[in-house]
Design a protein around this ligand. Structure first.
Ligand code: AHG
Ligand code: MN
Ligand code: MN
Ligand code: MN
Length: 347
């Protein structure tokens, strides 16, 4: 057991998960779900690395419930996540960007955890081999609302699944993402700090490389799709204009723009370097583009665990009670001072 003050760098992910169980941060069933997710991430990392070689680039020819044209790897990654979570025997309900409605798991053996996930984030980048990722959040199942296949109609089962899944982000018991980039990095929190693990493919295991990540309190990098500028509110335009003259310290070095169009990649850089990532609402889409349940809430959980912020422009994302599984919210996250500065323009 790592002694106080002793670094845990180099610890394998599977060992770290067992340490979290020993610390009572998670129970055994949750530990099994996390191990299963790490296997799904390794499989997706391998698929993404080989996409161009194995004919897995391009469109699947279907649309998802959000009206997006699914990439082949959106569908394949979704299958990997769904099968892995189902076969873990510890998840009661799963919800995915690529599933119209939440799915009740008949193979639940224990734990009854709820897992919400974006199996492949930034998938528009996959054909150009630009960073993509997977995002997930885990909730305790609602023991008063367990779907019963034997006695309930499909509509009743679905209603119970939606109720299990539509929980505010402050109920999350863990959240994480895996970034498929020049390195494959799994970043996770079980409510006791944020840890990053880099995949050592020679060993086939994620090894701890980032211990208790802390987002810098401020940072002069902003990450927005400025192509939408004309559709933003006047307040947001003023905010964005001010960054070009140094932001809150006017007359100093202006901010740098960094935007790759994969939330996981833009978020991971913001976690390490500081600054702000934003996907605002605009005249065309007042609630923005990102989905609350499996993008904004898990990332806000991680941001807050790392001493940063996750806001919808007026308040904490984690306080928002989802009404719909695929509900979108405006999203701003990163350094606390940068998010507060943005919010001052949104009043
Ligand atoms: P997904 O690929 O899971 O649908 O998510 C795409 C999201 C997010 O990853 C990214 O930050 C954003 O869409 C990019 O949107 P724009 O192309 O409109 O900037
Ligand atoms: Mn998508
Ligand atoms: Mn996404
Ligand atoms: Mn996606």
């Amino acid at each position: 057991r790592a002694k106080a003050g002793q670094s845990e760098m180099g610890t394998p992910f599977s060992t770290w998960v067992l340490q979290q169980e020993m610390k009572d941060n998670i129970d055994n069933e949750h530990a099994i779900v996390l191990q299963s997710i790490s296997v799904a991430c390794k499989q997706i990392a391998s698929l993404v690395q080989r996409a161009g070689l194995a004919g897995m680039t391009g469109l699947a020819g279907e649309q998802n419930v959000q009206g997006e044209d699914q990439k082949k790897l959106d569908v394949i990654s979704n299958d990997v996540f769904c099968d892995t979570l189902r076969l873990s025997g510890r998840t009661g309900v799963i919800a995915s960007e690529e599933e119209d409605v939440p799915v009740a798991v008949e193979e639940t053996y224990g734990g009854n955890y709820v897992c919400v996930f974006d199996p492949l984030d930034g998938s528009s980048n996959i054909d150009a081999a630009v960073s993509t990722g997977s995002i997930w959040g885990i909730y305790a199942g609602d023991s008063q609302c367990v779907p019963d296949f034997s006695s309930e109609s499909p509509a009743e089962v679905e209603a119970k699944c939606v109720q299990n899944v539509c929980q505010p982000g402050e109920n999350l018991v863990s959240a994480g993402y895996c970034m498929y980039s020049s390195s494959t990095i799994l970043v996770i929190s079980v409510g006791d700090g944020v840890f990053g693990f880099t995949l050592d493919s020679a060993v086939g295991e994620f090894i701890m490389t980032h211990e208790r990540i802390q987002i810098p309190k401020s940072g002069k990098i902003y990450s927005f799709n400025e192509g939408n500028y004309d559709m933003w509110t006047p307040g947001l335009k003023q905010y964005m204009d001010s960054l070009k003259t140094g932001g809150k310290e006017t007359g100093t070095k202006p901010y740098s723009a960094r935007y790759i169009g994969s939330l996981v990649g833009d978020f991971h850089r913001t976690m390490l370097y500081g600054g702000i990532y934003g996907y605002p609402g605009d005249a065309k889409n007042p609630t923005g583009k990102l989905r609350l349940l499996y993008e904004c809430a898990p990332m806000s959980f991680l941001a807050e665990q790392a001493g940063g912020a996750g806001s919808d422009g007026t308040g904490r994302v984690l306080k928002i009670n989802p009404e719909k599984v695929h509900q979108r919210v405006p999203f701003f996250t990163g350094s606390v001072e940068e998010v507060a500065y943005l919010e001052s323009f949104m009043k």
